[in-house]
Ligand binder design. Structure first.
Ligand code: NAP
Length: 322
């Protein structure tokens, strides 16, 4: 039975990935810390899922875990995953998003070279490595020039994946554009909008404060992006793959779609811009060209923007009804 090890298994993507790996018949091991694991509740307690409480920053902990678990596939998802949080703690962001990934690559490489056990590594890289983008749409060859601690930490890990690939490790980057689901925390603008819209529609919240309504993002459906991770890990050749829909929308478009779902056409009096939420160095637009993922991996997104927003609003309405 193939074995997979997932860091960040309690997150949005980690929980969807665990579900799909279990459905594939994998023995799944996940790294957790002592915090909420509500996303994992959806999985129940399957016999083939083992959670390991490991401090990612503890010296030798990951190498020892890899030697015990001997994964065939290793998914590196744990991260300080928001740009805003990375500004609050750039040093921790560098450690978790950068150094820990290098530790995983080194441990996987040693398991392969010293113990003869090949490991395929998949790193969740990010569109934020492109920062103020050099071209639109972005491709795998677009210049890497991050503009936040988050982007810089992901760039370090991203480039290290290439370095270890050069040493014979099957190590790939999925360069992920924003992807959403009902499992996104409210710290992210999309879920903040859908949860607020649900509450506003029920008279439980008066209005909503946001940052730059004109920022353009390429938003996809999280389970689709997890599928791209699995395909990249299992591809004959390791590589870097942009994972995006190729369609961008503004925050205003997201508001339009979310409020439309609850029958509100004019939201102008319900939303205000708070300069405190505007991050000046945020890229104005992110738009990915996923041709390579389509051609090499056979991947394509299955959920369009309107459906994605509708699913999130409906989920938040259901939560209020529960
Ligand atoms: P998420 O929901 O925020 O999950 C992050 C995971 O990392 C959680 O399991 C979290 O554990 C873990 N983690 C964070 N800090 C940690 C620490 N100090 N020690 C141990 N574990 C820690 O993120 P996601 O949306 O699933 O994203 C998955 C990966 O894709 C991340 O690497 C993210 O940067 C990358 N990515 C995501 C997007 C996107 O739009 N979602 C776009 C580009 C790249 P706890 O549950 O204990 O907090």
């Amino acid at each position: 039975m193939p074995v997979a090890l997932v860091t960040g298994i309690s997150g949005q993507d980690g929980s969807y990935l665990a579900e799909s790996l279990l459905a594939d018949g994998y023995e799944v091991h996940g790294v957790v810390r002592n915090s909420t694991e509500e996303n994992l509740a959806a999985l129940g307690s399957p016999a083939k899922l083992t959670l390991h409480a490991v401090d990612l920053l503890a010296p030798d902990a990951l190498e020892s875990l890899l030697r015990d678990v001997r994964p065939d596939e290793l998914y590196s998802l744990a991260a300080v995953s928001s740009v805003a949080a990375s500004w609050n703690d750039p040093v921790m962001t560098g450690a978790i998003n950068g150094q820990v990934v290098v530790r995983l690559l080194d441990a996987a490489h040693r398991l392969q070279e010293e113990h003869g056990h090949p490991v395929r590594v998949l790193h969740a890289s990010s569109a934020e490595i492109f920062g103020q983008v050099a071209e639109t749409p972005q491709r795998e060859t677009t210049a890497i020039r991050p503009s936040s601690p988050y982007g810089a930490s992901k760039a370090y890990a991203h480039l290290s994946v290439g370095v270890f690939r050069g040493r014979g490790l099957h190590a790939s980057n999925t360069i992920l554009y924003n992807h959403e689901s009902p499992r996104r925390p409210e710290a992210f603008v999309t879920r903040k909008i859908t949860a607020s819209v649900a509450r506003i529609s029920r008279g439980l919240q008066a209005g909503l404060e946001l940052g730059n309504l004109d920022a353009r993002r390429d938003w996809g459906w999280a389970p689709d992006y997890v599928e791209a991770m699995r395909l990249a890990a299992r591809a004959p050749e390791a590589g870097d793959f942009i994972v995006a829909t190729g369609v961008s929308h503004t925050i205003s478009d997201f508001l339009d779609a979310a409020f439309a779902r609850v029958g509100i056409d004019d939201w102008s009096s319900l939303v205000s811009v708070n300069p405190a939420f505007v991050r000046p160095v945020d890229p104005a637009e992110q738009l990915g060209d996923a041709s390579r993922a389509r051609d090499v991996l056979g991947w394509s997104p299955s959920v369009d923007f309107e459906t994605l927003v509708a699913r999130m609003v409906e989920h938040d309405l259901e939560l209020l009804d529960a």
